[in-house]
Ligand binder design. Structure first.
Ligand code: FAD
Length: 400
């Protein structure tokens, strides 16, 4: 059957299937996925303790329920090995299928740093529900033998900070390691990054600024085996578990091996404003895609809002009614309850200055930082604590 075939059942694959079914209830639609195809909101992984959710409770729809609701064929636990775009054949580890149009929604992979030491293999990274299941299992095992669990997190970006806060508030002792002087330095106004640092510290996080991890070695303390982390500033940290949160790299495997001609890639799979790749009838969206901006520059946008925008447009394009992807500036809501902050970082390479205002209401003071470029246009902001009304006002200010 020449079905429209989506590879991947993450937010990108499933959202596209939903959007397509809103427009077209009957054209055959298939999802092929390497995992079990259950739907979960990935952002919830980094605040599952706060939400009191187990990994199983994060799944809101199973593959069978999705297949029934959206009239899909879902091939679960099936890995796509190769695509032949001339013959429109997808080769999987469970055999071949043909497609009419194909969408790559294969996401990204956690970056693995080259860290020395016999404990480096034990470093965990979380980019999928299965990774999180393993992580929670390890924590469960540790809680059976220890009262105080010590977790070191490498990388204080969005995911590292969210996990640090969630785990510290759940009672674990956290060390957070980053080459920058403050957490989330790339996304927040500097003053807000300092306040986030202080809030994380109050929650029980020890921040190791301006350093990298050079090695992770196994040690043993009493009966329990532990890991010792050496930092570039000469410091040593002991931990029961090490989590790496140093970023993601788009999965380009299928793009590179596609025949007769590999897809055009840069850091991600290059797509145009319609979500089309360089091969006919092959589209891409989500963490593996590098989106074309209006000015022709391609950029990675590994967030939910761009997936929603791309899924809406690609659903129309699959139907033969072309519609460009329309991105709207969307702030990132950082899920750190110790310091709830929303931020829209200025575009890379823009020169300018942060300007701050503080509003006090009762006991709390709200920080509002606006980033102005040299022409005095607002290009980004940070708001803490964030409120939907103030966020909307800032977005309106930006669009003026
Ligand atoms: C902990 C965490 C917190 C986050 N929080 C936020 C947030 O607060 N806000 C926000 O906007 N974004 C957040 N993000 C980012 C956001 O979740 C991602 O951008 C989004 O989920 C990516 O979805 P995706 O479908 O592109 O990729 P994935 O979810 O990685 O899905 C990829 C799919 O492809 C399948 N696959 C891969 N290769 C193959 C193959 N060869 N054959 C078959 N199937 C294959 C996989 O099995 C999987 O189903 C967070 C990310 C993480 C990890």
């Amino acid at each position: 059957m020449n079905a429209i075939t989506i590879i991947g059942s993450g937010m990108a694959g499933i959202t596209l299937a939903r959007e397509f079914r809103k427009l077209d209830p009957s054209t055959p639609l298939r999802i092929i996925t390497a995992d079990d195809g259950g739907f979960y909101a990935k952002p919830m992984l980094s605040n599952a303790f706060a939400l009191r959710k187990s990994p199983a409770q994060l799944v809101t729809q199973t593959a069978t329920q999705l297949a029934e609701q959206y009239q899909l064929e879902i091939m679960t636990h099936t890995r796509v090995l190769h695509i032949d775009s001339a013959r429109k054949i997808i080769q999987t580890d469970a055999g071949e299928v043909t497609y009419s149009k194909c969408v790559l929604a294969t996401g990204a992979q956690a970056i693995r740093l080259n860290i020395a030491g016999d404990g480096a293999q034990e470093i965990m990274a979380i980019n999928h529900l299965d990774d999180y299941r393993q992580f929670r299992l390890r924590i469960e095992q540790l809680t059976k033998v220890k009262t105080q669990i010590h977790i070191a997190i490498i990388g204080a970006g969005l995911i590292g900070c969210e996990f640090a806060d969630d785990l510290a508030r759940a009672g674990f002792h956290i060390d957070l390691i980053d080459p920058n002087q403050a957490p989330l330095a790339a996304l927040l106004a500097p003053r807000a990054a300092t306040e986030l640092h202080d809030a994380l510290q109050r929650a029980g996080v020890t921040f190791h600024a301006g350093c990298t991890t050079t090695s992770v070695t196994r040690t043993s303390a009493g009966h329990a085996s532990r890991l010792q982390i050496s930092l570039s500033n000469g410091k040593l940290i002991n931990a029961d578990l090490v989590l790496s949160a140093v970023g993601l790299r788009p999965d380009l495997h299928l793009a590179h091996t596609l025949t007769p001609t590999a897809l055009q890639t840069d850091r991600g799979i290059c797509i145009n404003v319609y979500g089309e790749t360089s091969a006919q009838d092959i589209y891409a969206l989500g963490d593996n895609a590098q989106y074309a901006r209006a000015d022709g520059v391609h950029q990675l946008l590994p967030y939910i809002a761009p997936i929603m925008a791309a899924a809406k447009a690609i659903a129309h394009n699959l139907q033969g009614a072309p519609r460009p992807i329309q991105f709207t500036p969307t702030p990132i809501i950082v899920k750190t309850p110790s310091y709830p902050v929303a931020t829209l970082a200025p575009p890379p390479g823009i020169t300018g200055n942060w300007e701050y205002t503080f509003t006090t209401q009762g006991d709390s003071t709200q920080l509002c930082a606006r980033f102005f470029d040299l022409q005095n246009h607002i290009q980004g902001f940070t708001l803490a604590p964030h409120q939907a009304s103030s966020r909307a006002a800032l977005l309106a200010e930006m669009s003026d």
